[in-house]
Design a protein around this ligand. Structure first.
Ligand code: PEP
Ligand code: MG
Length: 316
């Protein structure tokens, strides 16, 4: 059954009527690249760069060390897109030299882009290392910031990218509900959006992603989360820009169809999920995905949303 589910699973991601949805891989370092290439990823939609900083949490890695790691990933996708996320320290990813030790609520404190704006030298080194790593490569480099809350954050990040001389698209992750609500304003400063649905659910539902007891609220099928995703996708479409998903939501094949129906333009996930998402997406038309999205948003609970989307797609 596993094999049957994957029959015909190769090539670019698309619906049965040819609406393209690039399927990208989430990677946590050069070690994840072979599996991504093997799965036929069309590029990298989320390159988490925290791994570089974990060896020695007392100081940032040298520019040389960063260049070598970035280049190893960029070289693997010569003609593809590689979306690099700048360091996302704090909360569930603490780093001694960046993360304040005395925060009562680290998830609501100085984390992600906020800590980089407090340590502009760390951001500058990372952006310069990326610019040097991409030199002479045909790759489409895109760089995005985690935990963007508003237009001021987005502008600060875009300014830092321009100052570093980066020849790349600059984007903002949508992980905070304020960013989804005012996505159009953020898009005045950046060229693309990428939804981090793990954090977006955490902040929308006031449900810590590390606390199992509230996992019901972390379900990516929650209709309120689907509404925030839809708002972001609509804003990007109105601005003629792209809006991907790189959180766990993208790895659920049925939900991937719903995200496509909501107007999401690319899906990034762990490499192992790519063949399943590709095979499922290829079974339905864009119009079916759109109807499934409408049905899911009309539901009141995550479970009802899942059942409603499934019913539409299986033609019940
Ligand atoms: C997310 O929050 O959904 C995301 C992709 O980033 P991370 O899981 O690394 O916080
Ligand atoms: Mg996140």
């Amino acid at each position: 059954a596993r094999k049957a589910a994957l029959a015909g699973s190769s090539g670019p991601g698309a619906t049965s009527d040819g609406h393209k949805v690039p399927l990208l891989a989430n990677v946590g370092g050069p070690g994840d690249v072979p599996a991504a290439v093997e799965a036929g990823a069309e590029g990298v939609g989320l390159f988490r760069t925290e791994f570089l900083f974990l060896d020695d949490s007392a100081k940032a890695p040298s520019e040389e060390k960063q260049i070598a790691s970035y280049r190893a990933v960029l070289e693997a996708f010569p003609e593809g897109r590689v979306v690099v996320r700048v360091l996302d320290a704090g909360a569930d990813k603490p780093l001694d030299f960046l993360t304040p030790a005395d925060e009562p609520n680290p998830a609501l404190g100085v984390r992600g882009l906020r800590s980089l704006l407090e340590h502009p030298d760390v951001l500058r080194t990372q952006l310069t290392a990326l610019a040097k790593a991409a030199e002479g490569l045909p790759v489409h480099l895109e760089v995005m910031a985690p935990m963007v809350a508003d237009r001021i954050d987005a502008k600060a990040f875009a300014d830092a990218c321009r100052e570093a001389g980066l020849q790349a698209k600059f984007g903002a992750m949508v992980e905070i509900p304020s960013a989804a609500l005012r996505a159009r304003s953020i898009l005045q400063e950046v060229e693309f959006l990428s939804l981090g649905t793990n954090d977006l659910a955490q902040y929308a539902f006031a449900a810590d992603r590390q606390v199992g007891a509230v996992s019901r609220l972390q379900d990516p099928w929650q209709p309120a989360l689907l509404d925030l995703i839809a708002m972001s996708a609509e804003a990007a479409s109105a601005e003629g820009k792209s809006c991907g998903v790189c959180g766990e939501a993208a790895s659920d094949p049925l939900l991937a169809c719903v995200l496509t129906g909501l107007g999401i333009t690319s899906l990034s996930m762990g490499a192992a999920s790519i063949p399943y998402v590709r095979a499922t997406l290829a079974k339905y038309t864009l119009a079916q995905c759109e109807r499934a999205a409408v049905a899911a948003r009309a539901a009141d609970t995550a479970e009802e949303a899942r059942v409603a989307a499934q019913a539409v797609l299986s033609g019940e």
